[in-house]
Design a protein around this ligand. Structure first.
Ligand code: NDP
Ligand code: GDP
Length: 327
């Protein structure tokens, strides 16, 4: 009999890839979506006939309890969050409600409805913030640098607490940045990929960015959802760092992206103080050796391949749009 999985945040980048991954493994997949006045199913439009979508909200405890009662999943992947750091500085309380307390609401619902459910929490390398050692591993102390990072630390620890206090099979995946053509447009990789494509096609003259010296451990998102699933298939629940083990600067991303379309980024990229952050995370790099050892997981796509595939995806989107005559 096929397993049932519930994904919160199914309309997001990771939710859409995880849904594809689980459907490919014969799961029945239900996605939790929040009510909005217009549907936001762009990333899952190709899947909607194979999925069930149900409304509930991380802000509403009873809606999550009812959802679990109706779906009775064996696995819950909690990917929903307010995930953009600049917004977390502007809306710190709302970010705390979704990204921190939202985790407790899901865990409470699991405890009430079916404590056998296996739970995955989407934790983040942003918890390491002002890094206390390099590379960062599961035991590296946290020092978050944004309301988002602080909220994720809460989510991480409440997951561990429910595991220890109530014996839940609850895992926290500390994922480093992972990107794809489905990444939110405001994140720096997608913004650079789109900018390089637009400038090369003569649609824009320049791309405006913030701190080009920030370094991240950037991997390819479809590979990362496999790691989430692997965590829930183990005999014991645990926490894992997931990343490539390399880091690169936003400047290097620009260099490769613009070179891919035959341009020199120095002629096309301008620094705009509007995109600087009140407190920055300068550099992140994973030590994914535990995941490799215990989960048999390792990243496959190189930094150069990631940059090129993202720029190519933007070029083909823009060309399609042009052919359709919509800009
Ligand atoms: P996205 O921002 O693309 O997706 C976030 C999802 O959360 C969307 O589906 C959004 O729904 C949903 N959501 C937000 N608030 C609520 C709410 N109140 N109730 C229900 N759903 C809600 O994130 P990603 O896919 O990139 O990331 C997935 C998770 O992994 C997030 O928790 C993120 O913080 C975390 N993470 C991501 C990393 C990355 O590099 N991508 C790195 C480490 C952690 P809607 O479409 O309605 O807005
Ligand atoms: P984050 O790691 O979750 O904050 O992912 P982002 O893609 O939003 O940012 C990665 C890094 O790129 C951060 O250190 C940003 O300060 C830096 N960065 C530089 N310019 C920009 C920009 O224009 N937009 C965004 N989002 N980030 C930028």
């Amino acid at each position: 009999m096929s397993k049932r999985a519930l994904i919160t945040g199914i309309t997001g980048q990771d939710g859409s890839y995880l849904a594809e991954f689980l459907l490919g493994r014969d799961y029945e997949v239900t996605g939790m979506v929040r009510r909005s006045s217009a549907e936001n199913f762009e990333r899952i439009s190709h899947l909607v006939d194979s999925l069930e979508l149900r409304q509930a909200d991380l802000l509403d405890q009873l809606s999550i309890v009812n959802l679990l009662r109706e779906v009775r999943p064996q696995e819950v992947y909690n990917l929903a969050a307010q995930s953009f750091i600049p917004t977390s500085f502007e809306q710190p309380l709302l970010t705390g409600e979704f990204t921190a307390l939202g985790v407790t609401r899901v865990l409470e619902a699991i405890r009430l409805v079916d404590p056998e459910i296996r739970f995955y929490q989407a934790s983040s390398s942003e918890m390491f913030g002002k890094v206390q050692e390099t590379p960062q591993r599961e035991t590296t102390p946290f020092y978050p640098r944004s309301p988002y990072g602080v909220a994720k630390v809460y989510g991480h620890w409440i997951t561990i607490n429910y595991r220890e206090a109530y014996g839940l099979f609850a895992c926290s995946g500390i994922l480093f940045n992972h990107e794809s053509p489905r990444r939110g447009r405001e994140f720096v990789t997608r913004k650079i990929a789109e900018g390089a494509a637009r400038v090369s096609l003569g649609l824009d003259e320049a791309l405006y960015l913030g701190n080009l010296d920030a370094k991240r451990d950037w991997g390819f998102a479809p590979e990362y959802v496999d790691a989430m699933w692997r965590m829930l298939q183990q005999d014991e629940p645990d926490d894992y760092v997931i990343g490539t083990g390399e880091h690169h600067s936003a400047r290097e991303f620009c260099e490769l992206a613009f070179a891919h379309v035959g341009l020199d980024y120095q002629n096309c990229v301008r620094v705009d103080p509007r995109f600087m952050r009140p407190s920055e995370v300068d550099s992140l790099m994973a030590d994914p050796s535990k995941a490799e050892r215990k989960l048999g997981w390792r990243s496959q796509t190189s930094f150069g391949e990631l940059v090129r595939l993202m720029v190519d995806a933007e070029l083909s989107l823009l060309r399609d749009r042009k052919e359709r005559g919509s800009g």
